[in-house]
Design a protein around this ligand. Structure first.
Ligand SMILES: [Zn+2]
Length: 112
């Protein structure tokens, strides 16, 4: 008979801590919207602000956080700063979560 724990692995502490930070930063409507629209198109700070109806300073603040965690990157074009998704696999979390939210909202089980 196996001891409990022989076949079960745990998340490494440093990964756990980093994952916690990433989920915390994703837990924000503005940042989720930003990742969602940046998946569709590279956008300037002012375009993001217009689309989400947010002040540029607020947009920049969120983008700085997303950039710190390597979720977006940026490039300067003339006077404008453009952002794009740096890490497409993080979008899997976002889209899966939205799909889950959709069937929960509709009161249906997964896949229906
Ligand atoms: Zn689900």
């Amino acid at each position: 008979m196996n001891n409990l724990g022989d076949n079960i692995s745990l998340i490494e502490k440093r990964h756990l801590k980093e994952a916690e930070q990433i989920l915390k930063l994703l837990s924000n409507p503005a940042r989720l919207q930003m990742l969602y629209i940046l998946e569709q198109q590279e956008l300037s700070v002012s375009a993001i602000g217009e689309l989400l109806n947010l002040e540029q300073s607020v947009v920049s603040h969120h983008l700085a956080i997303l950039r710190k965690f390597q979720l977006v990157n940026n490039k300067r074009v003339g006077k404008a700063m453009f952002y794009r998704l740096d890490d497409p696999h993080i979008l899997d979390i976002v889209t899966e979560t939205i799909e889950h939210a959709d069937h929960v909202l509709r009161g249906k089980p997964h896949g229906k």
